[in-house]
Design a protein around this ligand. Sequence first.
Ligand code: NAD
Length: 358
Amino acid sequence: MKVIQSTATEIQIGDLLTSSFSKVISDYSKENIIIIVDENTHDCCLEFLLTSFPDLINAEIILLPGGEENKVIEVCLQVWETFTEYNFSRKDLVINLGGGIITDMGGFIAALYKRGMNFINIPTSLLGMVDACIGGKNGVDLNGFKNQLGVFKNPSHIFIDVSFLKTLPEREIYNGYAEMLKHGLISDKKLWDDLIKIKSDDGLLNEEMIFRTIRVKLDLVEADPEEANVRMKLNFGHTIGHALESHFLSSTAIPHGHAVALGICAEAFLSFKKKKISSEEFHQIEEVILRNFPMIQLTDEDVSDVIERMKNDKKNHSGAIYFVLLEGIGNAITNIKIKEKEVGEALFHLNLLGKALN
Ligand SMILES: NC(=O)c1ccc[n+]([C@@H]2O[C@H](COP(=O)([O-])OP(=O)(O)OC[C@H]3O[C@@H](n4cnc5c(N)ncnc54)[C@H](O)[C@@H]3O)[C@@H](O)[C@H]2O)c1
């Protein structure tokens, strides 16, 4: 069992049965315990939890509809109404059992109800384990804009047990891989070199790799918990990634990890154009993304809407678009102002890759 005691949270990586989970929930024997799941984690992960931990026998189960289109305040309102009907108090415990959508929303629900309940994250997707469950960002989307409403609040504990990944569809493993690659690109070249050597999705279901990618995020989050400076590096790939994800949300939705992979490709292009990475580095990044993720095609209308959405990105100010770019593999720089025309060129490049492959 690996235990990371960060300032805000305790993270345990290993078998849930031998972790301190049982002890933590026993402290709530006189309170209510609420487990939040989506349809898939209800079917694939919940039974193990309920049958392995007798203290959960009376837990209330809250089933949220899955998918980014349901990561909205209206769903949270229904949950808060249910919490009120059941007289839940701030001393009760919420357990978020699911991927990044469940930990983002469940954390948001717990953080706001009666000014803050205790909560625990048990991430069940690779993306959730290496990224979403860590760092205390909780929130929901608004009018298609990603994470427009949210709060910073850390769960008391995070339990990461890779055995939950046995039922995760292959495509979701690659979505987690995108965020792992990003962690390597922005601050750990050795991690990047090791990640790109992995030959199959099985190789990613590896505690050591998960631990190393979590370490990258935790170091940045601990140095800058509320994203005033270095934490922004984690947004590499996300300015374009989030805008693509939002744009396609109401039609052919692109999962978050896939959108981030496309964003990494386009933002590596910008880093190259700004002479921050070499042509070899750019082509290596592009090759890794092309090998692992499907490309997309964008019409002129798509491109203008994606750029409009970027202007609403939380990192921007004074009407300009600011990016995190790479400065060599393993290092990122923040607050780089990019002209709309240059963003258009990066999207055009992404489009060319899509056309070349179709
Ligand atoms: N808070 C943060 O710092 C942060 C960081 C990165 C991403 N995010 C957010 O995370 C979300 C994406 O997370 P995600 O990719 O985990 O999406 P997700 O929660 O939708 O999970 C992906 C899919 O896998 C299913 N699933 C999860 N665990 C499973 C299991 N063990 N077995 C079978 N199916 C399982 C889910 O039901 C879902 O269909 C986005 O909303 C993104 O904005 C947040």
